[in-house]
Write a protein that binds this ligand. Structure first.
Ligand code: ADP
Ligand code: MG
Length: 732
């Protein structure tokens, strides 16, 4: 028997599973190689002149502007270090608004005449790169005729070495902007938002400052990203045009065994997957990415890995790098990593929980309730600010997680709903309720709550109750934003969080300042908190976010329920949003508006690609398979009739009728979707186009899928032209 490609792939999958995975035995200890390929503090100290080293550290640790006179020294040291590890090239690595990373590579080589060459890398080359960026999205900011883009070194995120089979590249994290200075990436606003938060947070801290305390020099955010993903066999992946083009299955009947039995979560990781994870972890550690946790997720073939939290820009860079490496290392192990938010219809999708806290250079976590009355007061001020911020800007937070992929996940009873709300846990909710009621707090052994007078009850962090259905949950000393999608960059949610928090902190600072110095008592501050919490308490919700009752209740509270990406995009240009980002110099009006264009355009394009692939697969794979099935059934009927007149063939005739009917429905669905594709949305406004595309394409795609999935369960297995869910979900 000759195997179809699919059968051959399935067979090779079986062979791989039995031969066992490629296990790499570690040669060196982790501690020896951790961060070996990062130009980190230790490498800087070793390779830089003392003075330059000190100045660079001041920039990294305190956010001071870089002294341009040390650029040459730093560049030279970086090059020497990189070359000693085999590097031949350097690259300016950046994060354009495509959602992924981009880079431009140049070699260090400089010919010196007479057939010789030296390796050179100047301060100029380190600090600024020029790239023709006309093909990267700018949302109309930069027309192609003035397509110069600049990359600017980000000294806060350390340079690192990328190894490929035939060489090593020094990779320098950079920000990316146009020649007019407009931000064309996600990192620039993130850096700017950090600066805005720093200013307002220190302003609040200085108002709460006690003379005996050391002064805070810098406030910044920490982020820990929990990355979920699916793995599948690589050969099967290439037999699915939908996965190849869109990252998700556009068709596929539910497998006989899905996640019904809840037997996958935290289960033993299969051998090949384990080998992959261990290989990946070693590479991440070498790149100074502190990967810590790994486990099986809820769906079959779904996993999660999470690093220890880091400062937000580094955490975001590291997450981007980790997504790259997930793909790269998977291929070495004969696997394919799916980062899409919803690769399989009937199974849980993948998210990326964004754990967020606010820290100072003195090592304090401002979202930690603390142990004494002073720390408690500070905590309540920051907590109240964040609650107010999330309530004021639900639309923005919703927007930061809006994408065609994530639309399949949010609100589908497996991920938080599209309604943004906050879960505090019963202890803290009790404290907040007490403050709002203006009463003493009696919940904890009669302890009174006058912030700054008596202590908050001590919350043992481990017992903070959990609410997995909440999009924004307090988890002891940090907030966990659970709505981000698995494939997205975390820069967007975090620059929005930083900016809205900065605004709320400024609001509270102004109110506290207005009290005047004599009246600035803890009781007066608590009164300000009471007013603010009262105004914004509607955003707090302790219950099950998956229920319809919550959607109704949220409606009564006036909370937004932006069900899909176009609905979120419609809020984007609200004057309050433009004013917010301009005020804190995170994004100018022009920059902000350009983002609407980009997100709306990407959404529309994504839908169109999916629709095209769906039509293509239906017309060239599934329709022919159905015709073959019809042919075989008809042949068999004819043969049976010929063999004996007395056979009862009613059931078989029914079967044939079913197939024939499905074939005509299928043809009708293909024609309909094709017709919609031929008449694309032409509205002048990008958001209106996005909405129109959704209305035009999603319904007909669902109809088409329903027919194909029904056929899949009817057509003989050997005629089905692509691997089925049961195979895609098998990785051993
Ligand atoms: P889970 O939510 O699954 O229980 P963990 O409690 O292990 O997971 O934490 C998840 C992520 O939160 C990790 O990346 C961890 O480093 C990060 N994290 C822990 N503390 C903080 C903090 N103070 N600020 C930001 N992230 C944090
Ligand atoms: Mg978590």
């Amino acid at each position: 028997m000759t195997l179809t490609p699919r059968q051959a792939a399935v067979r090779s999958l079986a062979a791989k599973s039995s031969s066992g995975a490629r296990l790499q035995l570690p040669e060196e200890s982790i501690t020896e190689t951790y961060g070996a390929y990062v130009f980190n503090d230790a490498a800087q100290r070793k390779h830089l002149p003392r003075d330059a080293y000190k100045k660079l550290r001041r920039t990294v640790n305190l956010g001071e502007a870089l002294d341009p006179s040390i650029a040459d020294a730093v560049a030279n040291a970086m090059k020497d270090w990189a070359v000693s590890h085999g590097a031949t090239h350097y690259s300016h690595w950046f994060q354009p608004m495509t959602g992924s990373t981009a880079e431009k590579q140049d070699s260090f080589i400089t010919p010196t005449g007479a057939g010789t060459a030296i390796l050179e890398f100047s301060g100029n080359e380190l600090t600024r790169g020029e790239s023709d960026a006309s093909s990267l999205p700018s949302g109309g900011i930069r027309a192609t005729f003035e397509a110069r883009g600049y990359t600017a070194w980000d000294p806060l995120s350390p340079a690192f070495l990328r190894h490929s089979p035939n060489g090593v590249t020094l990779t320098i994290p950079t920000a990316f902007c146009s020649w007019t200075g407009d931000a064309l990436d996600t990192k620039t606003p993130l850096l700017r938002s950090n600066a805005a938060l720093d200013v307002q947070a220190r302003r609040v801290l200085s108002l709460l400052h006690e003379p005996t305390e050391p002064l805070v020099n810098r406030v910044f955010t920490n982020v820990g990203a929990e990355q979920e993903f699916f793995l599948m066999d690589r050969e099967l992946f290439y037999l699915r045009p939908d996965l190849m083009a869109t990252g998700r299955t556009l068709f596929g009947a539910s497998p006989p065994k899905g996640q019904e039995q809840d037997d996958h979560y935290f289960a033993t990781t299969p051998g090949r997957v384990m080998a992959f994870m261990q290989d990946l972890e070693r590479r991440l550690w070498q790149l100074g990415i502190p990967i810590k946790t790994r486990h099986n997720e809820v769906a079959p073939a779904q996993y999660e890995m999470a690093p220890i939290f880091e400062s937000v820009t580094v955490a975001c860079d590291h997450n981007m790098l980790m997504m790259d490496l997930l793909h790269e290392v998977a291929s070495v192990h004969g696997l394919k990593c799916l980062l899409h938010e919803k690769p399989y219809r009937c199974l849980n999708g993948s998210g990326k929980h964004n754990n967020y806290s606010v820290a100072t250079d003195l090592g304090q976590n401002l979202l930690d309730p603390g142990k004494n009355p002073h720390e408690n007061l500070r905590f309540m001020v920051f907590l109240t600010s964040l609650i107010a911020a999330v309530d004021r800007h639900q639309d923005l937070l919703r927007l930061t997680v809006a994408s065609a992929g994530n639309d399949h996940r949010l609100g589908a009873n497996e991920a938080p709903p599209a309604i943004i709300s906050i879960f505090m846990g019963s202890d803290l909710q009790g404290v907040i309720d007490t403050i709002i009621a203006g009463e003493s707090h009696h919940g904890f052994e009669g302890e009174k709550l006058h912030l700054g007078v008596n202590s908050l009850p001590n919350f043992p962090r481990d017992t903070t109750d959990r609410n997995r259905t909440s999009p924004f949950a307090f988890t002891g000393n940090k907030f966990e934003f659970r709505a981000p999608g698995s494939s997205q960059s975390l820069a967007y949610p975090n620059y929005v969080l930083n900016t809205i928090l900065a605004e709320s902190l400024e609001d509270l600072a102004e109110k506290i300042e207005a009290l005047g110095e004599e009246k600035r008592s803890n009781a007066a501050i608590q009164e300000i908190l009471r007013e603010t919490l009262t105004e914004h308490q509607r955003i707090l919700f302790p219950g099950d976010n998956y229920t319809d009752a919550w959607a109704e209740e949220a409606g009564r509270r006036g909370l937004l329920n932006l069900k899909d990406t176009p609905a979120a995009l419609e809020q984007l240009n609200a004057p309050k949003n433009i004013a917010l980002f301009s005020k804190y110099k995170v994004l100018s009006e022009r920059e902000w508006l350009s983002r609407t264009e980009i997100v709306a355009g990407a959404y529309q394009e994504k839908l169109r690609v999916e629709a095209r692939v769906a039509v293509d697969m239906a017309a060239t794979l599934f329709l022919p398979a159905a015709l073959r099935a019809q042919h075989k059934t008809a042949d068999s009927l004819n043969a049976a009739r010929k063999a004996s007149q007395s056979l009862n063939l009613d059931v078989q005739v029914n079967h044939l009728t079913k197939i024939a009917n499905l074939i005509s429905t299928l043809q009708g669905s293909i024609d309909k979707l094709r017709e919609r594709l031929d008449n694309p949305a032409t509205e002048a406004d990008a958001v209106a186009r996005a909405r129109k595309s959704a209305t035009n394409l999603i319904g007909p795609m669902d109809e088409l899928r329903a027919v194909v999935d029904e056929l899949e369960m009817l057509v003989a297995d050997d005629l089905w032209p692509v691997p089925k869910y049961r195979e895609l979900l098998t990785v051993h």
